[in-house]
Design a protein around this ligand. Structure first.
Ligand code: ZN
Length: 258
């Protein structure tokens, strides 16, 4: 009798153990990617997402999920919250949303810093007051972004500034081997000369007569491309009115013809 009870006990314990392992596996897998309220967070913070129809939203969510499963996001003296991970992924997907099968093969990790980070890092590709940076050398495949600027870029969506989009545009630009403002991987060769001329002409115009384009864009063509892309994705209608030629070229680059 006692033997039977012991046997039953072991069988039950074994079953519970198996269920436990299976359940843990499942929850582990689920926690890697999206938080439970991700739809709500996206709708609250990401204007681009809000403006999509239902099918478009679903596509956006899938792309975000893919991005977050492929790229590690690590806080450096900063707590990375669900909203930060979502906003980084949104900044990654917005520029390439209309480009099928896009993958950031040149990115493995995003480091999130609280406010500012020190200048001991290789400064190639650092931006403004170091709001973000696309790594080079030992930091190849790494992007650095500050939490404050990341959130600010999405909270204030009417100023044509979004640090996450800016940094991901540098990565897109870098995909062909050079960060030069010409994203040859997505811009057809026949349009390259026109794009270069348009960038140069606008930069001179900015230096000579001022412009509604953030002056940081006049630094060089690479910064121009990143800055004008922020403008394009944050305030498309305003850009279309003020700079129709730039708008048309950016539509070509990002395949957003609507
Ligand atoms: Zn930049």
């Amino acid at each position: 009798m006692i033997e039977t009870v012991v046997q039953i006990f072991f069988v039950v314990a074994l079953i519970l153990l198996i269920i436990g392992i299976a359940f843990k596996r499942r929850t582990d897998k689920e926690t890697i990617v999206l938080p439970e309220n991700y739809r709500e967070l996206l709708a609250d913070y990401v204007k681009f997402y809000r403006q999509l129809d239902e099918a478009g939203k679903e596509k956006f969510e899938k792309r975000i999920e893919q991005f977050l499963s492929a790229v590690q996001i690590t806080g450096v003296n900063a707590e990375v919250e669900d909203i930060d991970r979502l906003l980084i992924a949104a900044g990654a997907i917005i520029p390439v949303y209309a480009i099928p099968d896009w993958q950031y093969i040149n990115l493995h990790e995003v480091l999130v810093y609280p406010g500012t980070f020190n200048r001991d890092f290789d400064q190639a590709g650092s931006d403004r007051t170091i709001a973000g940076m696309v790594g080079s050398g030992a930091m190849q495949h790494v992007m650095i972004i500050t939490k404050w600027q990341l959130r600010q870029g999405f909270i204030n969506d009417h100023d044509a500034q979004n640090t996450a989009i800016h940094e991901f545009v540098h990565l897109i630009d870098k995909m062909d081997g050079t960060v030069d403002g010409v994203p040859e991987i997505i811009l057809e060769r026949k349009h390259v000369p026109r794009w270069k001329n348009l960038m140069d002409a606008t930069i001179s115009q900015m230096k000579n007569g001022g412009s509604d384009i953030d002056f940081y864009g006049a630094t060089n063509p690479a910064e121009f491309f990143a800055v004008i892309s922020e403008y394009f994705f944050e305030l498309p209608d305003v850009l279309k009115t003020n700079h129709p030629e730039l708008y048309e070229m950016l539509e070509r680059i990002y395949k957003t013809g609507r």
